[in-house]
Design a protein around this ligand. Structure first.
Ligand SMILES: *Cc1c(COP(=O)(O)O)cnc(C)c1O
Length: 682
């Protein structure tokens, strides 16, 4: 058997945790396993628990790691204050734990799950979440044990901590055991009888062998070590060339701006987990909202039925548009939000009896998602080279007139040319346009292209003038990413339809919404049922998703996150200006910063320097994913100033490491980002 590290905790003090540790250490030794012992925090006297185990076993223990010891028998937070000593912190305990490499380790807590370690309210539970060590929960057979045991197990379950089993320590009580087995049928229970602790007695040998067998069976069931290997056999990852891609980072948990790997590495989530995680990972208020909603109403059909979370969220989203939009249609991802928008526009014209509005104006470098309608109206040379066409008819405009950065204002086309091109397109097609679809101000997936604001505003004016619905794909720029609740508010546009998704639930659950003006909605109100918007997704308006979004909006408000991207943008701007010629085309909008690696050209996806970047970034504690050779940093908006400084320093260290690579592979900059068949993937 591969014996795991394990964590021995209890439902309270005085239930006999230490004697169970002694029993496990003894049984392990008799079965040929050198299980080592670590009591990270000891109160009530230096090493007293270790000494009592040594007395039972009549031998010294191997204790490989240092401990915090306090003289007062109290919870660690209080004992530290009484001794005027530093209290233990989860981070320090983790550091020590990681230093341990040789052989399996039995870690024994002090008190129970919610016992505080320090005055910052860290508890043993925090340590358990961080290590995810399999837990042995020691409980008693006394009166009150059912309540304590069930509450402890529910907490462990809620945090997905593997539980090897519960050991009821004391005089055998069959009724208690049966009640617990009935109430928590997915957990394993065993009893440890009240015996004398002389290690050679036959009673002791029998009892400890019983425990050993119990744990052996349990640990075989939770052996998780092989899941990373299994990934290679069973999974097909998005946008991944499985033949050449390096092994994916095995992520086991996340907190705030950090992701943690199976090996215990801490990585800054430099893409906000594909641009979704705006408020940081593991926000407790979102977790609580999700749990509350799940226990009240998890999901229900959204045609012919409704529920409060959907209504409340719609009201709040409409408020955020500052009077621009009045209706909300729910779906569950950004691509679908775009599909809905396209249907609203095209069927709207048909409902009005206008037959010849069949074209959508879209833009070079656009990305609107991976469904066929969205692909039809996207950049055809890059992401969707295989899927040209699709079901929708589109006319392709000029490239968006982008200023790659405020530092480097010369975009692919001059502003005057860009404006002329728009005028020409409208002059030619305005009577056939069903709508205009654009990622306002910032094209994301095609390489973080920032548009000339006056060009974008001109587009908005042309739409108004010709009565063409302006559809803004704010799947990325919405929810505060561009420095306002929506990019259109900051850019001064008047959209007819707006799509949002990323960031809507703070990265917790898939949810999307298409918002529109009342006059668009009115085109579908009719006695003729055929004129309804005949579109819906099974999970439309999922109540848990809506509850998560409502809680997310509260966090945005409390932490001022809708304004936060403006401050981040200022700092990004400063940082870009301070960089030397290691980077090209530095640019920023809101909580987005991007640049090209010097010397590798705009569109050179096959640049070896760019290919090497993710691995270099990981060495510096950053999880980044370039778009071609465009590097970008999109941190959670909740990032603190000191975290931001730390991240920028790490990026600089990456650039230092990149320098020799990009010099040795100096490629000529392509004239235009999208005309060299650039292969991009988000
Ligand atoms: C990500 C993205 C989409 C697609 O959203 P999914 O949830 O991945 O379907 C659409 N538009 C823009 C601008 C995006 O960034």
């Amino acid at each position: 058997m591969h014996f795991p590290n394990l964590f021995v905790t209890a439902t309270g003090t005085d239930v006999g945790k230490t004697i169970i540790s002694a029993a496990l250490l003894d049984a392990a030794a008799r079965h040929g396993h050198q299980l080592q012992y670590w009591k990270p925090v000891q109160t009530g006297g230096v090493d007293i628990d270790r000494h009592s185990i040594e007395a039972v076993l009549s031998r010294p223990l191997l204790c490989p790691l240092p401990s915090f010891s306090y003289s007062k028998p109290a919870s660690p937070d209080q004992a530290a204050v009484a001794d005027k000593a530093d209290p233990p912190y989860v981070a320090t305990l983790m550091q020590r734990f990681r230093q341990h490499s040789a052989g399996p380790l039995l870690v024994e807590g002090a008190g129970g799950l919610a016992t505080p370690l320090n005055e910052d309210n860290e508890t043993w539970l925090g340590f358990m979440i961080a290590t995810r060590l399999p837990v042995v929960l020691v409980s008693s057979t006394r009166l009150g044990t059912i309540n304590h045991t069930v509450l402890s197990l529910e907490t462990l379950d809620a945090h997905d901590i593997p539980v090897l089993g519960v050991i009821l320590n004391g005089p055998h009580d069959q009724a208690n055991l049966q009640s617990l087995q009935r109430m928590m049928p997915h957990h394993r229970f065993t009893s440890f009888p009240e015996i004398n602790f002389e290690s050679q007695s036959t009673q002791w040998m029998a009892a400890t062998d019983g425990l050993w067998k119990f744990l052996k069976e349990a640990s075989e069931e939770i052996d998780e070590a092989t899941w990373i290997e299994t990934d290679k056999k069973v999974l097909w990852h998005p946008y991944t060339q499985h033949k050449t891609a390096p092994a994916p980072a095995p992520i086991v948990r996340a907190k705030g701006i950090h992701l943690y790997t199976e090996e215990g590495d801490e990585l800054i989530d430099g893409t906000s987990s594909w641009w979704t995680c705006s408020i940081g990972h593991g926000h407790p208020e979102i977790g609580a909202a999700i749990r509350r909603q799940q226990s009240r109403l998890d999901h229900c059909i959204f045609a012919g039925a409704t529920h409060r979370p959907a209504v409340e969220l719609a009201e709040k989203l409409i408020d955020l548009t500052e009077g621009h939009l009045q209706r909300v249609f729910y779906s569950d991802n950004g691509s679908c939000a775009v599909e809905v928008a396209l249907k609203m526009a095209s069927q709207g014209w048909k409902n009005k009896g206008v037959a010849d509005r069949h074209l959508f104006l879209h833009f070079k470098g656009a990305y609107h998602g991976d469904t066929f309608g969205a692909m039809a109206l996207a950049e055809h040379d890059g992401l969707h080279g295989h899927q040209r066409g699709g079901l929708l008819a589109g006319v392709e405009a000029t490239p968006v007139t982008a200023h790659r950065s405020r530092l480097c204002p010369d975009g692919p086309a001059s502003l005057a040319q860009g404006l002329d091109a728009l005028d020409a397109i409208f002059a030619r097609h305005h009577q056939n346009l069903a709508g205009v679809l654009i990622e306002p101000w910032l094209q994301g997936a095609s390489g973080m292209n920032i548009q000339e604001l006056s060009w974008l505003q001109h587009l908005g004016r042309l739409c108004r003038l010709h009565g063409v619905p302006l559809i803004l794909d704010e799947v990325f720029t919405g929810m505060g990413r561009a420095g306002a609740p929506f990019a259109f508010l900051r850019a001064g546009l008047e959209p007819d339809i707006v799509c949002i998704a990323k960031g809507l639930t703070g990265g917790n659950l898939p949810l999307a919404a298409t918002l529109c003006r009342e006059d668009i909605f009115a085109q579908f109100e009719d006695d003729d049922r055929q004129k309804a918007l005949l579109h819906g997704h099974t999970f439309s308006g999922n109540p848990i998703g809506c509850a998560a979004a409502l809680a997310t909006l509260k966090v945005y408000k409390k932490q001022n996150l809708f304004d936060r991207a403006l401050q981040i943008e200022d700092r990004f701007m400063q940082w870009l200006e301070s960089q030397d010629d290691r980077i090209e085309n530095g640019r920023t909008l809101g909580g987005v910063m991007a640049w090209e690696i010097a010397g590798t050209g705009f569109g050179s996806y096959f640049s070896p320097a760019a290919e090497a970047m993710p691995a270099i970034a990981r060495r510096h504690g950053l999880l980044l994913r370039p778009l071609g050779n465009t590097m970008y940093f999109v941190p959670p908006l909740s990032i603190t100033s000191s975290e931001l400084e730390d991240a920028l320093q790490r990026i600089e260290r990456c650039l230092d490491d990149m320098l020799p690579l990009s010099l040795s592979h100096g490629l000529t900059p392509a004239e235009h980002a999208f005309e060299d068949g650039a292969q991009l993937s988000p």
